[in-house]
Design a protein around this ligand. Structure first.
Ligand code: FAD
Length: 287
C-alpha cells in the first residue's frame, strides 16, 4: 500500500522546523527515520497533510560528552549508536541494545529520538532511557524544557510532548566506574519487537546492591519502571532468593496485551525471566 498524498517540507534548522509546526498545526507530522510513521501512513492509521522532515537539521545528529553527561542528538540513527566510541566507553548498554533493534536496514535510518517520541511500548529505547535515568530535551514555541524519561510515557503512542514540540536531545549521565548493565530482550526472530524485555543498570558496594534501576519493555501500555523490584534488591547481597523476589515484583506490575507473541501469562512470565537474566548479567559486570 502507498501512503495518502502529503506536502513535504525540509527545514534546515530547529527554529525553522518549529515555525513550520506552528504554521501547519495538527495537520503536520515530524518525519525522522520514517520506520514507524510511514508504515502507519501506509495502513492509513496516520494521514498527515504535511511531513516536516528533520533529516537535514545537522544539529540534531551526533553524540558528545559534556562534563559527565552524554548528549545524544534525537536524529542519531541506531547504527551510529552502535559505532559510537563515546557510547562504547561511557554507556555501553546503548550500542549493545541497539544491535537488538529491528534489522540493519531499519537501524540505518531509524533514530533514537523517533523511537522514544513514537511512544510505542514495543520499542526498546523507552525502557532503556528509563533505566538510564535519561532526560529528554524538548524544544517548542515557548522555549526549551526537560522531561525525565520516567515521566515521559503516558500511554500507548501518548507522551508528555505537545504537538508543537520537537525532541532535540537525550541526555544521560555517563556510567560511573564499575556500573553493571544489561538489556535482555526475548524476540521470536531477528527484526521482531520484544515479547518482553528488561533493562537493568546497577552498582554493588561491599557485596551489596548500592544502586539499581530496572525498566521493562512491551508488557504494559508504556515502558515501566519496576520500582518495587529495585527496592527488593537495594542494600542487599545478590542471591537467588533476592533475584527471584525482584523478578516477582516486576511481574506484579506487568499488564501486557495478548497478541501473536503470546498471552498475558506467558508475556508476564517472560518479563520475569528477562529481569532475572538482566540482573545476573549486570551484576557480573559490576567490577
Ligand atoms: P519516525 O517513524 O520518522 O517517527 C515516529 C514518530 O515519532 C512520528 O510520530 C514522528 O512525528 C515522531 N518523531 C520522530 N522524531 C521526532 C522528534 N525528534 N521529535 C518529536 N517527534 C518525533 N523499534 C524498536 O525499538 N525495536 C524493534 O525491535 C523494532 N523493530 C522494528 C522492525 C521493523 C521491521 C520496523 C519497520 C521497525 C522496527 N522498530 C523497532 C521501529 C524503529 O526502531 C523505528 O525507527 C522507530 O520506532 C521510530 O524512529 P524513526 O526515526 O523511524 O521515527
Amino acid at each position: 500500500m502507498i501512503p495518502p498524498g502529503f506536502e513535504y517540507h525540509a527545514p534546515r534548522s530547529v527554529a525553522d522546523a518549529l515555525k513550520l509546526l506552528g504554521q501547519l498545526g495538527p495537520d503536520a507530522k515530524l518525519l525522522a527515520g520514517g520506520h514507524s510513521l510511514l508504515p502507519m501512513m501506509k495502513l492509513r492509521f496516520a494521514q498527515p497533510e504535511h511531513l516536516i522532515d528533520l533529516n537535514r537539521i545537522e544539529s540534531l545528529r551526533g553524540i558528545r560528552e559534556e562534563s559527565g553527561t552524554v548528549v545524544i542528538g534525537a536524529m542519531t540513527v541506531e547504527n551510529d549508536l552502535i559505532s559510537s566510541k563515546i557510547l562504547q566507553a561511557r554507556l555501553p548498554i546503548l550500542p549493545e541494545a541497539a544491535r537488538l533493534i529491528a534489522d540493519p536496514q531499519v537501524r540505518n535510518r531509524g533514530t533514537i529520538g523517533g523511537d522514544i517520541a513514537h511512544g510505542d511500548p514495543g520499542n526498546d529505547h523507552p525502557a532503556i532511557a528509563i533505566a538510564l535515568d535519561a532526560t529528554l530535551v524538548l524544544e517548542g514555541p515557548k522555549g526549551q524544557r526537560m522531561v525525565k524519561a520516567n515521566s515521559f510515557f503516558l500511554g500507548t503512542y501518548m507522551t508528555d510532548m505537545a504537538e508543537d514540540e520537537i525532541l532535540t536531545e537525550i541526555r544521560v549521565p555517563a556510567f560511573a566506574p564499575k556500573t553493571g548493565y544489561a538489556y535482555e530482550k526475548l524476540k521470536r526472530k531477528t527484526g521482531d519487537w520484544a515479547t518482553a524485555g528488561a533493562a537493568v543498570v546497577m552498582r554493588m558496594d561491599g557485596g551489596k546492591v548500592s544502586a539499581v534501576r530496572i525498566a521493562l519493555t512491551n508488557v504494559a501500555a508504556t515502558a515501566l519502571r519496576a520500582g518495587d523490584a529495585e527496592t527488593a534488591l537495594l542494600g542487599k547481597p545478590l542471591s537467588d532468593a533476592t533475584i527471584v523476589d525482584a523478578a516477582a515484583k516486576a511481574m506484579a506490575i506487568c499488564d501486557p496485551a495478548e497478541d501473536l507473541r503470546g498471552d498475558r501469562e506467558y508475556k508476564t512470565a517472560m518479563a520475569g525471566e528477562m529481569v532475572k537474566r538482566a540482573i545476573r548479567k549486570a551484576a557480573s559486570r559490576c567490577q
